[in-house]
Write a protein that binds this ligand. Structure first.
Ligand SMILES: C[S@@+](CC[C@H](N)C(=O)[O-])C[C@H]1O[C@@H](n2cnc3c(N)ncnc32)[C@H](O)[C@@H]1O
Length: 306
């Protein structure tokens, strides 16, 4: 049994986070990973990174490639990797200030940080690491922990627009976890990229987990609006073509998505895109309907080339 040295877990709440599904996903991981035959892990839709944290601590992966199109997210991971103690200092300042004021003032404080965060966006060079990334990462974590539902939503202009969350005592800073995450990231390359970049990087002995933004289940549900970049059916098709292309070189691929059959049993969108691969359905406890009577167990898709 591979020894678990650190206990790192997601440090951001993220739409589509896979924390709840880890046990089920684990059962569908390739046997080669469990036997220690796979050395490299790649997650091109990183988000909160729940699956990365799980795999990296349970199986003997030597090195991981982590990417996402969201530059604010990649900035935070990069800061954690390079400057965790400075990040903890910045977050300590923010959380101390926040805890010592009453609830009304906290709301004002939240909006003042949000406003400053949006004002500074145009001054950040997201391509080159610099000292001002540390303050920005601390603000992103702060906003994520104190905003409504822990969403990270940017509008068309790239402004963070989630309202105040009204939590009694949100956990803004978890020092031990941030240090554990940082330790784990010593064996990772983190970069901003469209998922298509995968094909320029992988060689052999890779396990790749694709967790793209969900295809919206109904027209009203907008699970895909993570950022100013929308993920439309054309992107799902582009991803399916890449999946097929990569599956030829001996790498192990796993992809998850929402199951359109939850709403329309005749919707064969993913069966058509992933014909010839293994498609399994697992139980997810996600809410798909604002009408309470229609809520309930829904399925999520897992697609593998093994
Ligand atoms: C479902 S979330 C990932 C959730 C994550 N696995 C977790 O457990 O928290 C999808 C991610 O894809 C990213 N994304 C959207 N379009 C992308 C693209 N074209 N290429 C790469 N990443 C993209 C979003 O920024 C978002 O973080």
């Amino acid at each position: 049994m591979h020894q678990i040295l650190v206990k790192a877990k997601p440090f951001l709440k993220w739409a589509g986070g896979k924390g709840q599904l880890l046990e089920q996903i684990d059962k569908h991981l390739p046997i080669e990973l469990k036997k220690g035959k796979i050395k490299y892990y790649y997650e091109p839709f990183l988000g909160g990174g729940a699956v990365f944290f799980h795999i990296m601590q349970k199986y003997p992966i030597q090195f991981s490639y982590l990417s996402d199109l969201n530059e604010e997210l990649i900035l935070v991971y990069s800061v954690l990797q390079k400057s965790v103690e400075q990040l903890i200092n910045e977050l300590t300042k923010l959380s101390n200030e926040y805890y010592k004021i009453d609830e009304t003032t906290r709301e004002e404080y939240f909006y003042s940080i949000r406003h400053a965060f949006n004002e500074k966006r145009s001054k950040i060079d997201f391509d080159n690491y610099s000292a001002n990334w540390i303050e920005r990462a601390s603000e992103t974590i702060f906003l994520n922990r104190t905003c409504y539902n822990g969403l990270f939503r940017l509008n068309k202009n790239g402004a963070f627009n989630v309202p105040f969350g009204r939590y009694k005592n949100p956990r803004i800073l978890d020092e031990d976890n941030l240090r554990n995450v940082s330790k784990l990231l010593e064996r990772a390359k983190i970069f901003k990229a469209d998922f298509a970049e995968v094909k320029n990087i992988i060689d052999k002995d890779f396990f790749i987990y694709f967790d793209p933004p969900y295809r919206p289940i109904s027209k009203t549900a907008s699970f895909t609006s993570y950022s100013k970049y929308d993920f439309i059916d054309a992107d799902q098709k582009r991803l399916a073509r890449l999946f097929r292309e990569l599956s030829h070189n001996g790498n192990k691929l796993l992809l998850s998505n929402s199951d359109p059959k939850n709403e329309n049993p005749n919707d064969d969108f993913f069966e058509e895109l992933y014909g010839g691969f293994n498609i399994t359905r697992i139980d997810a406890n996600r809410m798909i309907n604002c009408n309470a009577a229609k809520r309930g167990q829904i399925k999520e898709l897992l697609i593998t080339n093994y």
